[in-house]
Design a protein around this ligand. Sequence first.
Ligand SMILES: [Mg+2]
Length: 345
Amino acid sequence: MSQRKITNIKTQVKHIALKTPFKTALRETSEVEFVRVYVEDENGNVGIGEAPATKAITGEGIEDILGSIESVKERFLDIECKEALELLHSECNIGSSAKAALDIAFVSLDAKQKNRSLAEQFCIEDFAPIKTDITISLNEADVMLSDAKKAYVEKKEILKVKVGSDILHAVDVIRKIANSLPQAEILVDANQAWSFEDSHFFINNMLGVKIELIEQPVVAADLESLKKITELSHIPTLADEAVFTLIDAKKVMESKSADMINIKLMKCGGVTKAIEILEYAREKNITCMLGSMLEGPYSINMALYLAFAYRDVIKYVDLDSPLLYKEPSKELDFEFNGCEISLKK
Ligand SMILES: [Mg+2]
C-alpha cells in the first residue's frame, strides 16, 4: 500500500493533424489541439490525462486549461489518487475540461498502482466490437453527400451529419443522404443552430425520411423549446450541450425535455463523473450517446473503455476522433476497422 503518493504533475500542449478540416455550426479546425497531463507517483508510475481546447463548448481554450491545472496542482502533491479525486471534484473550482484531464490521469494512475488494465478497472466482460458514428462536416450539400458516400463505402455506416442554421440546406442535405444511402443510420446534429420554428419545419419535412435522432436543435438554455420539439417530433431528440453534469441530466430527463442524453468526459469533468451519469441512466433506463469533442488518444481511450463497460445504456457511440487523424495513433488502446472498434490484442 505504500509509495502511492503523487509526487509530480506536469503538462504539455500537443497537436494532431486532421485529414480534412472539421466544421460544425460552431467552429472550424484543421488539427486537434489538446493539453496532456502527466501525474507521477513515488514509484515512477505515470497516469496520463488529456483535454482538448473547445472554447465554443466548455469555454476553455488551451491557456485556460493550462492555467486551471497550474492553479490547483500543488494540492494533489503528497496525497493518493483516491483522495486527489475527491478533492478535485469537491473543492476545485476549475473548468470541466481541465477537471476531466486530471480525473483521467488520476484514474489511470490508480489502475497502474493496482496493477490492473483499464479494462479490468472498469470490469469489462463483453469485448465484442462496438460501432462509432462518423462525422460528416458542415459544407455545401453536394460535398456533404459525397463525404457521406465515401464514408459509407469505407464501412462507416453510422453518419453523424452536422447541420447549421440554414434550415433549407439542412432539409436538403439530409434528404439527399437518406435517399442515396437508405441503409445508413443518420444522426442529425444541429449544435444549437435552430429556432423552435426551424426545428418544427425540419421535422415536418422528414416524414418518411429514415433518421435516428435529432441532436441539440436549439440553444442549450432553452429547455422549454427542446421539450416542445420532443413532444411534437416523431424523431427522438438527444440533448448534448444542454447536459454537462448529472444535475443537468436529471433536469432534462425528469422534465421530459429530450428522449436521450449525450455524455462527454469534457462536459461532466471526467470519467468519475461520467460513471455517475451512466449509473443514473442505467437505473432509469435512459438511452445514452457517449460522445467526445475532437480529442487526443488518451481521453478517447478512457471514453472507449466506458463505452464497452456501459454498452447496455450506450446505444450510440460518437468517438470518431481517431478516424479523423491524418496518421493512426500508436497511443490508442483500440483499433478501428471501418466504424467497428475493438480492443487491441
Ligand atoms: Mg453534439
